[in-house]
Every structure is written in C-alpha cells, then in structure tokens.
Design a protein around this ligand. Sequence first.
Ligand SMILES: NC(=O)c1ccc[n+]([C@@H]2O[C@H](COP(=O)([O-])OP(=O)(O)OC[C@H]3O[C@@H](n4cnc5c(N)ncnc54)[C@H](O)[C@@H]3O)[C@@H](O)[C@H]2O)c1
Length: 452
Amino acid sequence: MASRQSSVSSKSSSEGSEIAPAKGKLGVMIPGMGAVATTFVAGVEAVRKGLAQPIGSLTQMGTIRLGKRTDARSPQIKDFVPLTKLNDLVFTGWDIFEDDMYSAASKAGVLEQELLSKVKPFLKSVKPMKAVFDHEYIRNIDGPNKKKGKSKMDLAEQVREDIRSFRKSSKADRLIMVWCASTEAFLKPNDIHGSIEKFEKALTKSDPKIAPSMIYAYAALKEGVPFANGAPNLTVDIPAMLELSREMEAPICGKDYKTGQTLMKTILAPGFKARLLGMSGWFSTNILGNRDGEVLDDPASFKTKEESKLSVLEYILQPELYPELYGNICHKVKINYYPPRGDNKEGWDNIDIFGWLGYPMQIKVDFLCRDSILAAPIVLDLVLLLDLAQRTSSLKGLGIQEWLSFYFKSPMTVPGLYPEHDLFIQLMKLKNTLRHLKGEDLITHLGLEYYD
Ligand SMILES: NC(=O)c1ccc[n+]([C@@H]2O[C@H](COP(=O)([O-])OP(=O)(O)OC[C@H]3O[C@@H](n4cnc5c(N)ncnc54)[C@H](O)[C@@H]3O)[C@@H](O)[C@H]2O)c1
C-alpha cells in the first residue's frame, strides 16, 4: 500500500532525470589560494597518490540507502551518480599574493611539511593569476598581484579571458568556480543588484556597491561556469546573479562553508528542539590565528560573518512556533584574532537550556578544531556536485541548488523561502535529491510496511 511505505514514489521520481556522463577533465577555478584552497588541492593530490583518505567527503566515502531496509542496497554515492573522478580534476586560481600553491600551503601551516613535500611538484605548478581586488572590501590585507582595469566591466572582461584561456590550456571539458577568498565587508542588497541589466550598467560605471566577488561570479556565469560561494559575502545571492545563472544554465550555491562552531550548532540545536528543551542563551567565542582571522578582525568583514553565524539558531528553533521555549534567547558570537593558534581554532560554547518545570541546565562545548581540515572536503563535494547539477537536465536551469544547503552556514534559497539549517534535514534533502534524479523511491522513514 503506497501510503504505508517508508519509501515513496513520485511521478517525476520514478522517471528520473537525464544526466550527462562525466567525460573528460573538470577544471576547478579558485579565487583565493589561501588555507582552505591549498588544503583542498593538496588533499586531492595526496588522495590521488594514495597517501591519505578523503575523510569528511560525502562524495568519496558516503553511501546512500535505496529502497527498503530489507533490500540491503546501499551503494557508494560516487557509484550511484556519475561524478567526476579525482584524477580528472585540474586546478587554477587567483590571489593578490604571488605564491604558488606550495608556498601558500607552507605559509598557511595547515598541513605538515612531510605531506606537502610529497605533493610539492604538483602544488608548485598551480600559480595564481592576477586578482580583482578592492581594498574597500577587504581592509586588513593587501598584496601586489592585482589586475588593473578602466572599469569594473573591464575587470570582468579580464576574468572572462582568464577563464577562456584556462579552458584551452587545461583542455578541461567543463569548469567550476569556487570562492575561497577572504570574507568581504558587509554589503546590503541594493537596487543595482536587482537585474542583469541594472548590474551590467553599474559594472560599466564602476559602482562602489559591486564587490570583487561579484565580478568573478559575473564573469563565471557569463562563461557558463557554475559558481559556489564559500564565504558569507552577498556575491551570487542577488537577483541579477540568479537571473544570469538561470539564463546561462550555470548553477549557483552558497553561502559560507559550514565548519567548526556553526557545524556544532546545527548538530546540537536540532537535538534540543527534538526533545523540546528550552533555551535562554547561547554564547559562542573563538580564538583563531590564521589569515582568515586577521581579515575578520576588521569590523566590516566580521559583520558579514556575524550575520551568517547568527541566523542559524533562529531558523532551527523556530521561536515563532515555540515562544515559551525559544522566544527569548540571548545569542552571541565572537571571533578573536589570536596569532599563536594559527589555523587550529578553539571554539567555546556555553549553552543555557531549561527542562521540565523550567529548571535550568548548562552545556559547555570546547571544540579544538582545524578549520581548513573541516572545509576542504566541503570544497571537494561542492565542486563535484555542482558539476553534476550542470550535467543534469532537471537541475541545470534552476539557478540556486538548495539541495546543497548541507554544506553552508547561510544556505541560499529563492526569495521568500526560509532556509533549512538543521544538518539532518539538509542531508535528507541532499540524498533524496540524488534518489529523485535516478528515479529511485524517496525515503521517508515511515516503516509501517515492515509490520504488515
Ligand atoms: N576555514 C573554514 O573553516 C572556513 C569556513 C567557512 C568559510 N570560510 C571562508 O573561506 C574563505 C577562505 O578562508 P581561508 O582560511 O582559506 O582564508 P585565507 O586568508 O587563508 O585565504 C584567503 C585568500 O584569499 C586571498 N584573497 C583575498 N581577496 C582576494 C580577491 N579579491 N581575489 C583573489 N584572492 C583574494 C587572500 O590573499 C588569501 O590568500 C574565507 O572567506 C573564510 O571566511 C572558511
């Protein structure tokens, strides 16, 4: 009986989608060759050489259950949908510093020299192209490797030329752009972001409300290249980019990789809510000493990050539905730049909760995490899944790929739709999307049929 099945067929699900095969090479173009980007690229090469495991990557290690629990069908995700093989990835990037990926990785200090030395020739071959940079948007750092242009439109043309040259020189069949550059200063959506036409006019006039990340994204989408935004900047989260993404059938997703403290928040908060435990406050503070921390030491960049980190709890706990439990939460987030720790961040959380009859309790979390180690597998998965989206008939023209929310602190959605922040709902959405694409039944966990 269909209504008593824990896996549900829908018409479109049973038909599946057309997915083009992952033929040839996939070129990965990365604005920002810092800690995250180099940990990702060095890691891919280390895995290719059999030196390490791609731990944390759903596309490399994850499985997906199909059909009933008694069917015993749980293939690996990479065998279930056609993903590009790691051996077919080629890389390039842009940065304001001239360091190749080996020097940049050495300076970032995330990976040990012993591992880096084994992938040195490969990392040395990835050299940064000249960046589009505006000191107004990133105030705490500056470097020599920058493009010069008559206007922001001219800079966008130069990035488009970089994309075309890389497509040729790398012989890549398909390309993806993934933002791993520093967090830009806070920017509110403005009228000039409202349509492609307005945005292009503003580019020609070098409007100050166009950030460098938007110039890269515009260039990518114009070239038909999907764009993932790993930082909390607005970037592709504006109507003009959504319009362009749909028009060019170049998918987009963002914002801000979900690692560290926010990952913990979206793991813990759904649990408290599931048990209807109330919450009066959540205080989060961090120390980190990498370049990301240095950039976030500027209040304008921190404001962008803060907005991204703060929104999570409200969406998960839904205070409008549970005013007695979550209607009055004091939520604070602090980031302290503390150089001695480098990339090894320490995040403390103090959570004030209350239970039966309102009796208060406290939970303390001390997460000694490694930011870029948590971020690198996210970058890999996004690259492979965004490429899958572009090869899939039912996804490529949608614009925002909300099914990739799993990877982001501030998942993008179409205007008017609230984002899903609960990590477990996000994972279910991602896996059900893959099942849907392949014409498999969706999994609801109803399970009554086992007792018929
Ligand atoms: N590490 C994490 O866990 C994590 C999580 C979520 C988001 N992020 C975001 O990812 C981004 C990268 O983090 P990271 O730790 O690698 O930082 P990083 O400072 O090590 O690297 C960023 C690099 O971007 C370069 N850059 C700045 N502006 C640029 C521009 N306009 N064009 C090209 N390059 C530019 C910088 O020179 C730097 O090398 C940051 O925005 C960060 O907030 C990181």
